[in-house]
Design a protein around this ligand. Structure first.
Ligand code: OGA
Ligand code: NI
Length: 364
């Protein structure tokens, strides 16, 4: 075992103190920037070993993220969804049924919340697991190797249905409306994904995949030294599926064949990606892809993620590879788990660059 030298101890406790000061300010990264900093503080710095293993951007990959026209011919839509879910695990959708005005107002309201006075935001600042509406910066602040350049308002929308007064007034009505519309899109996507697996269209929904969702409003302030940190560290998403609305700034990247590929903002489009639980259900046929957000001089950047999962909802249902998909040639790769156990493992680990799914793999 490596010996911990006194120098390392003092460095670590120093880091802990800095994390605490940042956390207790309840002002997030936005607060730091408003205080006039011109350098990225040490708690946000990517360590050299993290920079060293960064996948190269050769620039000669011709891969582009698929864009699927959801109002197209049904068989072609299912085939497109299947191809995307099996390969890169992430695609954009257009003609998705979420009204353009709702999309626009949702981004504006998310930005409005994060740009509100600190007194308005700090009442929502918490790390308590049970809270349904929480504002904060870096849910894994005390566990991660370096903090990310991002603040988030997290809202567990359902089940049970969130009482609108629990939401900040600034974004209350539009969040309820966006939640309704994105829920309908979620149901459509689960039907398409069921068919893409060769199952009846209501299969995934009948497993409660669309029963719950949480909405996360992210705010990425402009960064004075963007190459030294990240907006969101590499990770795959915990739930069944994520629908992401990003503004026009860009910065989202997906890891495909060991290359970070930009997911370019397309006005009106929504980004869809497979989550870990759907990779598990599909026995690995669908890919829960790693993605990240780079920090930028540009911004602020706003995004609104909708995770289809059950956060803090006591469901006894067990999830494992879908039996109809298994055969002698396709034995189960993952063991069964409850959503609670999966989420507990995912969140205790934090975004450390390792897949939470590894923990649920059967011995091969
Ligand atoms: C997430 C995520 C990307 C973004 O919320 O899991 O990956 O663009 N967000 O904010
Ligand atoms: Ni994500």
């Amino acid at each position: 075992m490596a010996l911990v030298t006194p120098v390392q101890i003092s460095t670590n406790s120093d880091r802990f103190q800095q994390l605490k000061i940042f956390d207790e300010s309840k002002a997030g990264v936005k607060g730091l920037l408003d205080s006039g900093i011109t350098h990225v503080p040490p708690i946000f710095l990517r360590p050299p070993e993290d920079l060293a293993v960064d996948a190269p951007l050769s620039g000669d990959t011709h891969f582009t993220v698929p864009v699927i026209e959801l109002a197209g011919e049904h068989a072609a839509v299912v085939a497109g969804v299947r191809r995307a879910a099996e390969t890169v695990g992430l695609f954009q959708v257009v003609n998705h049924g979420v009204a353009a005005k709702v999309v626009e107002e949702m981004v504006a309201a998310a930005r409005g919340f994060h740009e509100a006075a600190q007194e308005v935001k700090r009442v929502y600042y918490t790390r308590e697991k049970e809270k349904k509406v929480k504002y904060g910066s870096n849910f894994d602040l005390y566990r991660s190797k370096f903090a990310s350049w991002r603040d988030t308002l997290f809202c567990a929308m359902a089940p049970p249905p969130l009482h609108p007064p629990d939401l900040p007034l600034l974004c209350r009505d539009i969040t309820m409306e966006y939640s309704r519309q994105v829920q309908a899109l979620g149901s459509l996507l689960f039907a398409l994904l069921s068919e893409a697996l060769g199952l009846k269209s209501d299969y995934l929904e009948s497993m409660d995949c669309a029963k719950g969702h949480s909405i996360l409003m992210h705010y990425y302030p402009p960064c004075p030294q963007p190459h030294l940190t990240l907006g969101t560290n590499r990770h795959s998403d915990p739930g069944f599926l994520t629908i992401l609305l990003q503004d026009h700034i860009g910065g989202l990247q997906v890891l495909y064949q060991n290359e970070w590929i930009d997911v370019p903002p397309i006005p009106g489009a929504l980004v869809v990606n497979i989550g870990d639980m759907l990779q598990l259900l599909s026995n690995g046929q669908f890919k829960s892809v790693e993605h990240r957000v780079v920090a930028s001089h540009k911004g602020p950047r706003v995004s609104v993620a909708c995770f289809f999962t059950l956060d803090n909802y006591p469901s006894a249902r067990m999830y494992g590879p879908i039996k109809e998909l298994l055969s002698e040639d396709n034995p189960p790769v993952y063991r069964d788990t409850s959503l609670q156990d999966f989420n507990a493992h995912y969140y205790s680990k934090g975004l450390d660059g390792n897949s939470a799914l590894k923990h649920f793999m059967l011995q091969q």
